[in-house]
Design a protein around this ligand. Sequence first.
Ligand code: DMJ
Length: 490
Amino acid sequence: MHGTSAALPRRTLLTALAVAGAAGTTLMAGGPRAVAATGGKTGTGGGASTGGGGSMPSPGKIAAEIRDEFLHGWNGYKQYAWGHDQVLPVSGGSNEFFADGYPVGLSIIEALDTLYLLGLDHELAIAKKWVTTELDLNIDADFHVFEAIIRVVGGLISGYLTTRDRKLLELAVDAADRLMPAFTKSPTGMPYTQCNMATGAVSGSTPPLAEIGTNILEFGILSKLTGDGKYYAAAKKAFRAALSQRSEIGLLPTYFDVETGRPTDGSSQAPNPPVDSFYEYLWGGWVLFGDRDLLKWWNETTKAILKYQSVKVGGDLWFRQVDYATGAETGTSASELGSFYAGLLGKAGDLTAARGYYDGWTGVLDRYPVLPEEIDYSTGKVTSASNNLRPEYVNSSFDLYQTTRDPRYRATAYQYFVGMRDNLRVPGGYTIANDVTTSPMQLGDLTQAYWFSENMKYLYLTFADTPRYDYRTGYLSTEGNIFRGVRRTG
Ligand code: DMJ
């Protein structure tokens, strides 16, 4: 059933569907939901029911299971790929994420703060030693600016915040300084997509929104830690340049020419990639830095997205693609990467929309225990059947559990964990899947480096009650890096 076109069962209550706040109605088929599938409306103390109808261990026991599974993946990386960017856990090989032949130990950088939060201090010492003695970013190769900021700069910052080893901060500053030409050489301040880490040569002049705006958390923290405002100023200038291009109805398109500042397409794809974290960082920047411009931009753009793009399907909420100038529908696809947006909406106070969107994705999880990369929410069909070990759904589970303490978010996070463990665990760690619609699933051969920073951290923090994290004030980046809420006790 590769790329299955088998329509998902229709809900009995699939009737009138309203485009929230916009005129007109559209008929959509909702994803399926086994009755009581989110099951977590029960408590999570010993033996609560799960989405799959089984029983759920206590939170402490689940946290211990998650920690063990993290170690399983970590040990696979150590055995087969130490010092390389990513492990191929099936074949026992490795690959580099940024540039062939130029490893930066990306999985180690991504794991640093997770190792701290999970209390794996011996492993943290080994990881930190490798980074502080081996990592040299003077690399004559093009790095993807967005990825390098969220993964390398962000991983080094959270590594510093959890260990207080100043060498990690120095490395974070070094990485950011090597990437700064992408911003400073741009006539508009919107960053180029690629930057040579040794020479500062830039290329790639039409980035999407996510690549323009997903940097103010990393750069803002660096400005705070170094006292040099240039990082924050560069990030905010990029935001301002993009936001100046909003249409009269308040929406943004997806791609921009950094040299003219003008859009190169006309479709608003929020909250899907490649715009997703642009909006996440408006909200996060307000929370972390109290910048009222960012709050205003968040409020204005979110209002427009909800008005023109949200679509009610039964009790669920989805987001359609629209012409950014007119609001006319251009597509009905939903990327798993967009599922983080439920948690973001919840954190920002719109729990109705957050629940509706989360419930939509939970319906897909009930059908496919490992989420497919993309569906068409209007038909329920899977349009991309692979899974890249994605963390976004459980990112939302974590955020919504922190926000509401509703046990159903723990139950569905456990459902996600069990689905991943039952299907993507291999002797060398955890792997991506080529097709989640087959049984058994067709597996690929890669542990994404972000698995060490995101999936297992969101899961662990959802169930553990670690004294190392301040659950009240904590804030994680789009890559799951801890930027606020580190507690140095315990
Ligand atoms: C991660 O690098 C980050 O979560 C990013 O925001 C989106 N893509 C991956 C995970 O899917």
